[in-house]
Design a protein around this ligand. Structure first.
Ligand SMILES: [Zn+2]
Ligand SMILES: [Zn+2]
Length: 121
């Protein structure tokens, strides 16, 4: 028998980890595009992807924060409050510009949170 479509396997909610419980995809209807995830996985994947992007803490953010923490001086100033950043990197965050399209630099996590509270209201 020729002409069988290959069985598509769901990518899972996060590119295979954890694996999808069903593993198989419902074949797409003629004329519509085959999805790479079954509907529940698609929903989960989009949710996790969306929140990561919305919060601005993707791999790029973590990488840049690590770079800055590796090179900053404790006497460098927090761009929000103007006080020295201090010797403890665990209390420091990488600050966003207000439009969230760029980064301002290292800041106290407390200053970051204070500003976020202000925004959320
Ligand atoms: Zn799935
Ligand atoms: Zn500060």
């Amino acid at each position: 028998m020729a002409g069988l479509m290959p069985v598509r396997i769901c990518n899972g909610p996060a590119n295979g980890t954890p694996p999808c419980p069903t593993r198989t995809l419902v074949p797409a209807r003629p004329g519509s595009k085959q999805a790479s995830r079954c509907p529940p996985c698609q929903a989960q994947w989009q949710t996790s992807r969306g929140t990561t992007l919305q919060r601005g803490y993707g791999p790029e953010h973590r990488w840049l924060r690590a770079q800055l923490l590796a090179t900053y001086q404790p006497t460098d100033l927090c761009w929000r409050c103007g006080q020295p950043l201090g010797p403890d990197p665990s209390v420091l965050d990488l600050g966003h510009t207000d439009d969230r399209l760029g980064y301002m630099g290292l800041e106290h996590a407390a200053c970051n949170r204070a500003q976020r509270r202000l925004f959320v209201g």
